[in-house]
Design a protein around this ligand. Structure first.
Ligand code: PMP
Ligand code: GLU
Length: 395
């Protein structure tokens, strides 16, 4: 807290995922052997065909400002992708390319929320939804779930959370942090509630779309009666291992896309030109080209779930997508481990960092204080060693 700074930033939480990654980096620099399972970041290199497109763009002298909402041919590639993978039809005026899906989400909060508007967050939710909403004047309203319901919210819980002030709902499927994937039937049941409340805009974050081990990805906007009030968010960070290239995009009702374009025009202008050219190559290729990464994540999921099941007091369900496990560790609350009292999931994550040298993230940051998030987008040897250390630290 610094009184010289705005209330806006003083009231904002630091991103727990990035904070834990920074802490792990700092400890590593001090010579500690930290295994980082805190950040959701694929450890693969960028596919060759994407790299080649970026190199071509440099050699072809792409260097100048791009249209604020993205190159026209990139928007065409996004439109083709939405049609091919999601059966969604968009016009170029409905697409906005941004500096990562994080900026897409931030644009949406900025252009849709007024002071006091409520934002429904089916919990657990991705850490930044809450503060991205708050900084735009929104009031996050969590809709609870639990490991028993596979971390999915019910239509009844959704209905109960809606008030006259509800403006927006943001959710991800596959979900970060739980890995849960809503089936078509489950999503339809939520849509049946939402159609009764036509003022609510739904933000469907589909950035883990391709990292799905059960198939059947469904876009909320593919329901005809939801299309006009749903924004589909996606990006290349996860599927193409392009986290540092910073490209995300939306397909949205035209008035929302125009507003995001206007907002972005004053704040950052268009996204990086070379990364935009590379994204065309990424999106034009069939998703089968990146299946090798999904297959590897699936193997790692099996590995980590097997090892976690050998650790007493940890309850994990099988995530259907993304690359996280979100175990319930609440059986440790109130216990003293190696002289450290563990009262909540933040204490637990800190204990693992200090006594197992393994970085995870507290579930509290994702709206579920009984859990921690462990990313398995890491080398198998690191997963094995990390689970061994955690087991030892808890024994
Ligand atoms: N949504 C979810 C659910 C995420 O996990 C992430 C991870 N960074 C993002 C959005 C933002 O992605 P990016 O800004 O890298 O495109
Ligand atoms: N989305 C990733 C995560 O949840 C990256 C970190 C971030 O952008 O917050 O770990």
């Amino acid at each position: 807290m610094n009184s010289k700074l705005s209330n806006r930033v003083n009231n904002m939480a630091t991103s727990a995922t990035l904070a834990m990654a920074a802490k792990a980096r700092e400890l590593r620099e001090q010579g500690k052997d930290i295994i980082g399972l805190s950040l959701g970041e694929p450890d693969f290199t960028v596919p060759e065909f994407v790299k080649e497109a970026a190199i071509d763009a440099v050699n072809d002298n792409y260097h100048s400002y791009t249209p604020v909402d993205g190159y026209g041919d990139l928007k065409s590639a996004v439109i083709t992708k939405f049609k091919r993978d999601n059966n969604l039809t968009y016009k170029p005026s409905q697409i906005v390319v941004s500096t990562g899906a994080k900026q897409s989400l931030s644009n949406l909060a900025q252009v849709l929320l007024n002071e006091g508007d409520e934002v429904l967050l089916p919990a657990p939710y991705w850490v930044s939804y809450s503060d991205i909403s708050k900084v735009s004047g929104g009031v996050p309203v969590e809709i609870p779930s639990s490991i028993e319901s596979d971390f999915k919210v019910t239509p009844e819980a959704l209905e109960a959370a809606i008030t006259p002030k509800t403006k927006m709902m943001i959710y991800s499927s596959p979900c970060n942090p739980s890995g849960s994937v809503y089936s078509e039937k489950e999503l339809r049941a939520l849509a049946d509630v939402l159609v009764k409340h036509p003022n609510i805009i739904v933000v469907s974050d589909e950035i883990y779309e391709h990292i799905n081990y059960v198939g059947g990805h469904v876009s909320m906007a593919a329901f005809e009666d939801m299309y006009d009030r749903t924004v589909t968010v996606n990006g290349v960070s996860k599927a193409f291992s392009m986290t540092g290239w910073r490209i995300g995009y939306i397909g949205a009702p035209e008035y929302i896309a125009r507003a995001c374009n206007k907002m972005q025009g004053q704040v950052t202008s268009g996204a990086n030109c070379i990364a935009q050219r590379a994204t065309i190559a990424a999106l034009e290729n069939d998703p089968s080209k990146i299946q090798y990464m999904v297959d590897a994540f699936k193997e790692r999921r099996k590995l980590i779930l097997g090892l976690l099941s050998e650790i007493p007091g940890i309850k994990a369900n099988e995530p259907d997508g993304a690359f996280y496990v979100f175990p319930d560790i609440s059986s440790y609350f109130g216990k003293t481990l190696n002289g450290t009292l563990v009262n909540d999931s933040s204490d637990f994550a800190l204990y693992l960092l200090e006594h197992a040298n393994v970085a995870t993230v507290t579930g509290a940051a994702f709206g579920d204080p009984k859990c921690i998030r462990i990313s398995y987008a890491a080398a198998e040897k690191d997963i094995i060693e990390a689970m061994k250390r955690i087991k030892q630290a808890l024994s």
